[in-house]
Design a protein around this ligand. Structure first.
Ligand code: ATP
Length: 368
């Protein structure tokens, strides 16, 4: 029998020690994950890292092979044993391609899961949700009369209507074009927070995760690499994978001497690494502050601009950087606004240390 599990605090979802394989292929390799009531947690990671599989296990759409799943204090599955079916779990599901019932109106789609409520209450609740998602005017429309974004909103309202303990959303915005997506993300987050729904949301888009999440679980190859607030992952990444997943990064290397690594773009503090240690230095393009140098003192040894492009809110610069000892590196810098020095223009570089991350290189981390 499935048992009532008691924890120190009631979590909306607790998954522990989850392993999952398809055939001989391990897809989830030991994941622990908790979602507190009212919290939005994003499962973020590249395609194929196991996000959807985890979500499906939580929903009961995938059998539990190993580990423990507790929904709102109730153990809902045993490995190889009893499983509470998806429709008996208090979860709301909305997937990328969540199809609406084509023969039902928008209102009927949203009231579909509310059969146990009296008719008037059913209608009141559905209309309130449609209102919050800007769809009240379309209550009597049929799905084929709606745009993709409108259908997405209705699918979300349908999932929210039964007031589930937990919302499970798998790439719910990915079929929308960029401008519409921002608007619907905004509305969705507003509604999730207003109704206080605990949410587990799958996305491969770091910006979406940072916008939606109270906490992000960044996955790679079946494991959670780092779990924390968007700020923790962005500002204090614990692994090179975390740094590179949040955007382009310049990869440099160097050796620690007296607590400092000298690189072509400047010195980097690394006092926490042993002297002589080889290190990987990851420099975000926005870490490089570029200044035009009018009269280079040593004309043969300066950093210079290779290419400058205006991207809109920022300018992207390709720079050939020269270090004090003659070492050279090709790096990308990103400056706010319109900053377009000419090709060949000598420049100086300053490093913002908060956007530079140092890790011992693999060879140095190994034994010996
Ligand atoms: P995506 O963003 O592409 O959906 P994901 O991180 O959600 O990726 P999953 O969908 O969980 O990844 O898939 C993880 C791996 O398991 C993938 O390589 C996928 O091909 C494989 N996989 C998923 N479902 C099955 C299945 N039913 N049978 C066999 N392999 C599967």
């Amino acid at each position: 029998n499935l048992m009532q599990a008691s924890g120190p605090r009631e979590l909306a979802l607790s998954m522990a020690g989850i392993h999952h394989a398809f055939g001989k292929r391990d897809v989830v390799k030991g994941v622990d994950l908790e979602v507190a009531p009212g919290e939005v947690v994003c499962l973020l990671g590249p395609s194929g890292c196991g996000k959807t599989t985890l979500l499906r296990i939580a929903a009961g759409l995938e059998s539990l092979q190993q580990g423990r799943v507790v929904l709102d204090g109730q153990e809902v599955a045993r490995p190889g044993g009893n499983t509470l079916p998806p429709e008996k779990r208090s979860v709301g599901l909305a997937f990328q391609d969540s199809a609406l019932f084509p023969h039902l109106s928008v209102l009927e789609n949203v009231t579909f899961g509310l059969k146990r409520l009296p008719g008037r209450e059913r209608r009141r609740r559905a209309l309130a949700l449609l209102e919050q998602l800007g769809m009240a005017a379309h209550a009597d429309s049929y799905p084929h009369m709606l745009s993709g974004g409108q259908q997405q909103r209705v699918a979300l309202a349908r999932a929210l209507a039964p007031e589930p303990q937990l919302m499970l959303l798998d790439e719910p915005f990915s079929s929308l074009d960029a401008r519409l997506r921002d608007q619907i993300r905004d509305d969705t987050l507003h509604v999730l927070k207003k109704v206080g729904a605990a949410t587990l949301l799958v996305t491969h888009d770091p910006e979406e995760a940072m916008f939606m999440a109270d906490r992000i679980a960044l996955m790679c190859d079946g494991r959670i690499i780092q779990m924390g607030t968007p700020r923790e992952l962005y500002c204090t990444p614990n692994d090179p994978f975390v740094v590179s997943f949040f955007g382009e990064v310049n990869e440099l290397s160097g050796v620690v001497r007296d607590g400092v690594i000298s690189t072509p773009v400047g010195n980097v503090e690394a006092g926490w690494l042993a002297d002589g240690c080889e290190a990987r230095v990851m420099v975000r393009p926005e870490a490089l502050q570029v200044a035009v140098l009018d009269a280079p003192r040593e004309s043969h040894r300066y950093s210079h601009v290779v290419m400058a492009k205006l991207l809109g809110r920022t300018s992207l610069l390709h720079i050939c950087a020269h270090g004090p000892d003659g070492e050279e590196a090709h790096v990308h810098a990103r400056m706010p606004g319109v900053f377009l020095p000419a090709e060949g223009q000598p420049v100086t570089l300053r490093l913002d240390p908060s956007q530079v991350f140092v890790f011992p290189s693999l060879a140095a981390a190994g034994p010996g």
